[in-house]
Design a protein around this ligand. Sequence first.
Ligand code: HPA
Length: 254
Amino acid sequence: MKAIIGGTGVYNASSSNEIKKVSTKYGDVELDIVNIHGEDIVFLARHGKGHSVPPHLINYRANMMALKKLGVNYIYATAAVGSSNEKYAPGDIVVIKDFLDFTKSRPVTFYEGGDEPVKHVDMSDPYCKNMREKFYEKAKIMGLSIKGDAVYVCTEGPRFETAKEIQMFRNLGGDVVGMTTVPEVILAKELGMCYSTIGIITNWCTGIKDDISIHDIQASINKNKEKMTNVFIEVFKEGLDQENCNCKNSIIEL
Ligand code: HPA
C-alpha cells in the first residue's frame, strides 16, 4: 500500500472514495482512501483537514502507526518550507535529503524502553534514496522542475524564527526551514516504511530578503500541489521495491 501525507495547503489528493478511521495505541486517525488507476492510495492531511493542529501538537506517532496498520510501505510527504538559501526561491520545489533537528518537546520514537529492548534507528539515508531518485526521474518526464536537494532544519514552532536563528541555521548547512519533518521521518524509518519529503518553498526565511511574504504561501502551494501529486502517483504506478534501499532494515539493536 502507498500513501501521501499532505502538508500545509495540501489537504486532498482528489475526491475521496472512502474515509477510514484507524485506532492505534497513540490515538485514532482519520484517513482517506482514494482509488487512482485501480489502486488504493492512502491520503493523510498532516494538520487535519481544516489545518487545525499546529506542528508541535500533531500526533505523529498515531499518524505513522495508522499508516503502518493499513499496510503502507511507501510514503511521499509534502512540506511547506521557508528558504534560507538564495538558490531556492518561493515557488521552487526541492527534494529533502537530510535534516537538522531543532525540535524541543515532541515524542520522537516508538521505542520507549521499559520492558522493551533499547533500539536505535540508522539515519544515514533518512529519506528513502530510491523514492528520491524516482521523484527526480518522473518529475523530469512530466515537466515539473525541481531545484535540487535540500537540508531541512526542523524547528519546534509554531513561531517563526528570528533573523539570528536563520543565520545560525545557514552556517550549519541548512537550506530550508519547516516544523514537521521531525519526528515524521524518524517514525517512518522505525516502522520500516520508505518515506520521502518534497519541499515547496513558500517564503524567504526571516532576514534573508526584505520581508518574508507570508501572503504568498498559498499561491506557491496551489501552483505546485497538483503536479507534485501527479508525479507521486506516477512513481507509485510504476511500482517500488523495498529491495532497492535499506529503509526496512534500519533498526540497530545493541
Ligand atoms: N519557518 C518555519 N516554518 C515554515 C516557514 C518558515 O519560514 N515557512 C513555511 N514553514
